[in-house]
Design a protein around this ligand. Structure first.
Ligand SMILES: Cc1cc2nc3c(=O)[nH]c(=O)nc-3n(C[C@H](O)[C@H](O)[C@H](O)COP(=O)(O)OP(=O)(O)OC[C@H]3O[C@@H](n4cnc5c(N)ncnc54)[C@H](O)[C@@H]3O)c2cc1C
Length: 383
């Protein structure tokens, strides 16, 4: 008899878990609270560790075709003058494992469309879990059999709350604006992700494909944004980044103001308890990280692969869940802490501290940066 597995949430974590379980011969169902599973969202960079999992699941080729493979990650000063670079060929020598920039809705679409019919159920917001009766209940009155519940329902996880598992949310003190501008990068390199660092401000951009560029900007205070309207967001960005180099001003002008996203950045202190009998968490539901290293979704994708591997090898028992948690807890905690520290560095206020930081970037050899990146990207990632 096959195991009834209910994945709660059809984000990148839940969808990848469904693919990984199917690859192990298991048959999950995914329950998503929204009516279509479609996501707003700008771009995302899938680093080498995420692409490694997608390659094994047979999804990498389509993602690479729909996105833009990245060769270099470069940190620059506010004038767009290079300070440091990570050559991604040094991080992974396998072409398909390079990082790929892609529009989020496109990635979600690929992950959804590649699932067999009948696996995804929309309009199903989880409201209760009856573990003794192995049932999950939804706000529309429906219920489903679930011998194993996988909570992939994001930072404000209902599964985590219903299971009584602790999660201490941390506010990073930073805001992030994001968008996809209708602008080609002209003569600039299209296989680079660039981040320009200033005082308390950071602007990143990367080409997504012909005529489209994903950009993001972080701030530690929004006092100069009195009204939160699309036009005010654009005006705020224009003023904050006046005089910055590269295509920063052109990207802000080319952006449709109505599609500028604004989020407060938060994570959770690394958690100890990830599972209870018949229930386990993954992705932002248990190991969210600030986006400074671009690793949040990648961690969810890695966790999906590890959990499916353990369930495939050991069945639905405590052993599988214990092995999953043991393999994932230290790695995700390392990424969460490293990302938190990098966020502090990026948002330094004092001019002297920024100058010292930029100098340090200049003198660290690129090979050292590549080794550090390799540690984050691949060391400890599921084999
Ligand atoms: C500004 C920013 C930039 C980022 N950039 C990157 C990047 O470049 N690279 C990277 O790897 N990561 C990045 N991340 C992190 C990444 O977006 C997240 O880590 C990732 O999307 C988490 O996926 P998830 O599936 O765990 O959760 P979510 O994406 O939050 O998905 C959860 C899903 O569960 C559903 N849900 C919630 N509650 C219920 C319920 N009760 N019942 C049913 N369904 C429910 C939601 O509707 C949603 O579809 C970034 C994050 C931010 C904020």
């Amino acid at each position: 008899m096959s195991l009834n597995i209910a994945i709660i949430g059809a984000g990148i974590g839940g969808l990848t878990t469904a693919h990984a379980l199917l690859a192990e011969g298991l048959h999950p169902q995914v329950f998503e609270r929204t009516d279509t599973g479609e996501t707003a969202g700008a771009g995302i960079v899938l680093p080498a560790n995420a692409m490694k999992v997608f390659k094994r699941l047979g999804l990498a080729d389509e993602i690479i075709r729909a996105g833009n493979p990245i060769r270099v990650m470069r940190t620059c000063d506010r004038a767009d003058r290079p300070l440091a670079a990570i050559d991604l060929a040094r991080v992974s020598d396998e072409e398909d494992f390079r990082s790929v920039a892609i529009a989020r809705p496109v990635l979600h679409g690929i992950l959804r469309a590649a699932l067999p019919d009948g696996i995804l159920r929309y309009g199903k917001a989880l409201t209760a879990i009856d573990r003794a009766g192995a049932q999950v209940h939804f706000s529309d009155g429906a219920s489903a059999l679930a011998e194993l519940v996988i909570g992939a329902d994001g930072l404000n996880s209902t599964v985590r709350r219903l299971a009584g598992l602790k999660g201490t949310r941390r506010d990073s003190g930073q805001w992030c604006f994001r968008g996809i501008a209708d602008l080609a990068l002209g003569d600039g390199p299209t296989d680079e992700l660039r981040e320009l660092w200033g005082r308390e401000l950071r602007f990143g951009y990367v080409a997504l494909g012909p005529g489209k560029t994903y950009w993001y900007a972080t701030f530690s205070n929004l006092d100069a944004l009195p009204d939160d309207t699309p036009a005010a967001r654009q005006a705020f960005l224009r003023a904050a980044f006046a005089g910055w180099g590269g295509p920063v001003a052109a990207l802000i002008e080319a952006q449709d103001p109505a599609a500028i996203l604004l989020h407060r950045l938060a994570d959770m202190a690394p958690a100890r308890d990830w599972a209870a009998p018949g229930l386990v968490l993954l992705g932002d539901a248990i190991h969210p990280t600030t986006p400074n290293l671009g690793q949040g979704a990648a961690m969810a994708i890695e966790s999906a692969a590890e959990l499916a591997h353990q369930l495939g090898a050991h069945g639905n028992g405590a052993a599988a869940l214990d092995l999953y948690v043991t393999r994932r807890r230290a790695r995700t905690a390392h990424v969460t802490r490293s990302s938190w520290r990098l966020g502090r560095l990026a948002n330094l206020r004092a001019g002297w501290a920024c100058a010292a930081r930029d100098m340090a970037f200049r003198i660290v050899p690129d090979a050292v940066s590549a080794r550090t990146a390799q540690k984050i990207f691949l060391d400890g990632a599921p084999g």
